[in-house]
Design a protein around this ligand. Structure first.
Ligand code: HEM
Length: 239
């Protein structure tokens, strides 16, 4: 209830980070359900395939962030060390030919007409690192030895506060308070980024599911693995 001495201008607006969470929570659930991580990764080669698919989305998006010069408003949160760089490091550690990455297909990324849209997109990328730690704990229990030394993307390696989620959220809230007119663009930027990510991963996940197909064998159904080419092949891999 509004107290009698309060005016509309003294009522604190809701935090932008809270609005972002509320507006994208359904999309987050859809992404979580579609990706099916961590269970969808069962081997080192699949792990690499997933990392490469993430890279094809994160890399063009993070490059597009470079068109904006206002990122220092997030300080002390740092945007210097990118998720793409961590992905490339992991793929290199797994023995993948990094030159091939530049020929890999890229995802269609959302248009970001303003810095506010890009900030919304960055919210999606930074938030995804929270889930990454949960995913990595599970992967380490199942295939830890196979992916040792190649876990920077899911694990995150930057020291706080440069990569601290709370620091990032505070900066978001500051921006939302200082630029109320731009809040809707931040929200739209985040929604469109989630949608682009879903579009990018949908065919990939469908292809992965096709790799395990039921075949009729006598009167019982057996599951066999078919092997469409991986997204990227390890250096020197036989075709
Ligand atoms: C690429 C796909 C994903 C994206 C883009 C994504 C994005 C996000 C974002 C933006 C947040 C921040 C929510 C907030 O505002 O508090 C978040 C939080 C979180 N996500 Fe995801 N996520 C993804 C996949 C997953 C998956 C597969 C899992 C499950 C293993 C997961 C688990 C979590 C968890 C545990 C949190 C923290 C919730 C909290 O502490 O409040 N996410 N994610």
């Amino acid at each position: 209830m509004i107290h009698s001495e309060e005016t509309a201008s003294t009522i604190p607006s809701s935090a932008l980070s809270g609005d972002l969470r509320a507006r994208t929570s359904l999309l987050h659930d859809q992404a979580e359900a579609l990706l099916g991580l961590p269970d969808s990764i069962t081997s080192r080669s699949e792990y690499a395939d997933w990392l490469a698919h993430f890279l094809a989305f994160y890399d063009p998006l993070e490059r597009a962030f470079g068109a904006f010069s206002k990122w220092d408003i997030l300080e002390p949160f740092s945007t210097k060390s990118t998720h793409s760089r961590r992905l490339i490091r992991d793929l290199g550690a797994l023995g993948f030919d990094l030159r091939a990455l530049s020929h890999a297909p890229n995802a269609r990324i959302p248009t970001m007409p303003t810095f506010a849209h890009a900030l919304g997109a960055r919210y999606v990328l930074e938030g995804s690192a929270l889930g990454g730690k949960v995913i990595l704990r599970n992967l380490q229990q199942r295939i830890g030895a196979e992916i040792a030394g190649a876990t920077d993307f899911f694990g995150g390696v930057e020291p706080a506060p440069s990569s601290d989620w709370r620091v990032f959220k505070k900066a978001l809230d500051r921006f939302g308070d200082q630029h109320p007119e731009a809040r809707e663009d931040v929200l739209t930027g985040a929604e469109e980024t989630f949608r682009a990510l879903l579009d990018w991963f949908e065919p990939f996940v469908a292809q992965k599911k096709k790799m395990v197909q039921p075949v009729c064998c006598g009167n019982s159904l057996k599951f066999v693995k078919t092997f469409p080419p991986n997204f990227l092949d390890p250096v020197g891999a036989q075709k």
